[in-house]
Design a binder for this molecule. Structure first.
Ligand code: GLP
Length: 241
């Protein structure tokens, strides 16, 4: 498995071969891995090299460590296509997972200048500020804060946002999201965020900002989210011009 004459660094070869075992299912989520010492002995490499390989996979979210217990295979990341607009609820149901939300904040507020600009409404107009932890099979995946004009999306309640905002807009109000612009930036979890996401502070997250529009170009929501970088990866098909 390890070729010491190869120009490819040994730690990299080991990391790749462990990753292959994870991808093929030979190593299952939750399964414990051999220790650094065991890898070092098996492949006649240094413990430092074995540690480097495991570190790489820990940093990329494929493995996690439990102090005093060892290294384990992490749950598979959710691969989210970037083309096509889906709601969190639809996304999870399509993957056979149970979506749920924990509502942290629900308030009607006057739009600040920034929010008013994003939603193309006048400053101080009423907007819902909704902050939810989004969970898949009861595991926190993201925190999302939505700003939605109350004059456009009427009658939102805590009960509705605990279920699905998009389903309510489409099925009850006939407001269909047609387009969105989204930016994704890497960042690290702030302490409060980390607590809600059940990750350590300082762990990477992806900050996503979305403005979603109705067919006539009216902004329907402005959303700021933090997605767990250890649980998500984004995928896009590209064509060369
Ligand atoms: C995704 C999007 C959000 C959107 C949400 C709606 O998470 N990133 O911009 O507000 O879906 O989800 P739901 O309909 O489940 O409330």
């Amino acid at each position: 498995m390890i070729n010491k004459n190869s120009p490819i660094p040994i730690y990299y070869q080991l990391a790749e071969s462990i990753q292959k075992q994870i991808d093929s299912g030979d190593l299952q989520p939750g399964e414990s891995l051999p220790s650094e010492r065991e890898y070092a002995e098996k492949f006649e490499i240094s413990r430092m090299t074995a540690r480097q390989a495991l570190n790489q996979l820990v940093n990329n979210g494929y493995l996690y460590r439990v102090q005093g217990k060892g290294t384990f295979v992490a749950d598979k990341k959710i691969e989210k296509p970037l083309v096509g607009i889906t709601s969190f609820t639809e996304d999870m149901l399509a993957r056979g997972m149970k979506p749920s939300s924990e509502l942290l904040h629900f308030e009607l507020i006057p739009a600040t200048e920034h929010i008013a600009n994003q939603l193309q409404i006048k400053e101080h107009r009423p907007v819902y500020e909704i902050k939810r932890i989004r969970l898949a099979d009861d595991v926190p995946m993201a925190i999302e804060t939505n700003y939605i004009s109350a004059n456009l999306v009427k009658g939102l309640t805590e009960q509705i946002v605990n279920h699905s905002i998009y389903a309510y807009m489409e099925n009850q109000l006939g407001l269909r999201i047609e387009q969105a612009t989204q930016t994704i930036e890497s960042s690290i979890a702030e302490p409060i965020e980390a607590q809600s996401l059940q990750i350590k502070p300082g762990v990477p997250v992806m900050r996503i900002q979305r403005i979603a529009y109705l067919h006539d170009g009216t902004p329907a929501e402005y959303v700021i989210s933090s997605y767990r970088a250890d649980r998500y990866k984004f995928m896009v098909q590209m064509h060369r011009k």
